[in-house]
Design a protein around this ligand. Structure first.
Ligand SMILES: [Zn+2]
Length: 233
């Protein structure tokens, strides 16, 4: 009987390890996904900055065009001013020139802002690119470790499942039937009872007599309260 009880203890340990590894195997791909998303997010941030730099260059070019237009208009007005015949016309042209000069100042201010933004952005981008290099290396290493871990656990899992089935098969038929009956209804079929006399399945106290029987290890004992197989340990 002691051999059967030892087998039951192994079955219990194996089933617990299999369940634990199942959870790990389920969690690893989720963790890998999260790490990949973190990398993507950083890359997106870099791309956003690069796109803004390109945009700034385009905007700056447009402003240069605006300045050139503005200059042409002022030049034309300066030529026209020689041909005016009335004071009103003269004042109107001067007013227009004044307006264009103000517009030019505004455009120049915008250009300075763009250059300042470009400068700041280039610095941030440089910092981010240095930071991201380390970040991505770190995250990729974590991903690789997780993939290795997953592979190892998957192998262990396969082996454990095989041993588990084998141990179940090796149980005496009547014990196996009891085990299968319990496992069909409950998540765990085998529970350890230590000297504190508590069934770890339903957390009730077993009787002193039951505890004595468990210690003797000469027959199969079920919990009076939950019906699970008890083993002493
Ligand atoms: Zn119990």
């Amino acid at each position: 009987m002691e051999e059967v009880l030892e087998r039951l203890a192994r079955i219990k340990d194996l089933s617990e390890e299999i369940k634990k590894n199942e959870v790990i195997l389920k969690n690893i791909p989720e963790t890998i996904d999260r790490l990949k998303k973190e990398i993507d997010q950083k890359n997106r941030q870099v791309n956003q900055m690069k796109n803004r730099l390109i945009e700034i260059k385009k905007l700056y070019k447009l402003k240069e065009g605006d300045i050139a237009d503005n200059e042409n208009k002022i030049n034309k007005l300066n030529q026209q001013i020689h041909a005016v015949k009335t004071n009103e016309e003269y004042r109107a042209i001067l007013k227009e020139i004044e307006f264009l000069k103000n517009a030019r100042t505004a455009i120049e201010d915008e250009m300075i802002s763009l250059l300042e933004e470009e400068e700041t952005l280039k610095q941030s981008l440089g910092n981010l690119e240095r930071e991201i290099k380390e970040f991505v290396e770190q995250k990729n290493k974590e991903i690789q470790d997780l993939e290795r871990q997953k592979e190892q656990i998957a192998q262990t899992q396969e082996k454990n499942k095989f041993i588990f089935q084998d141990e179940i098969k090796k149980l005496p038929e009547e014990v196996r039937k009891i085990y299968e009956r319990i496992i069909a209804a409950r998540e765990r079929a085998i529970c350890v009872v230590s000297d504190d006399g508590i069934c770890t399945g339903c957390f009730t106290n077993v009787t002193p007599q039951t505890l004595n029987e468990l210690r003797k290890k000469d027959r199969l004992v079920l919990c009076d309260s939950c019906g699970r197989i008890l083993i002493y340990g």
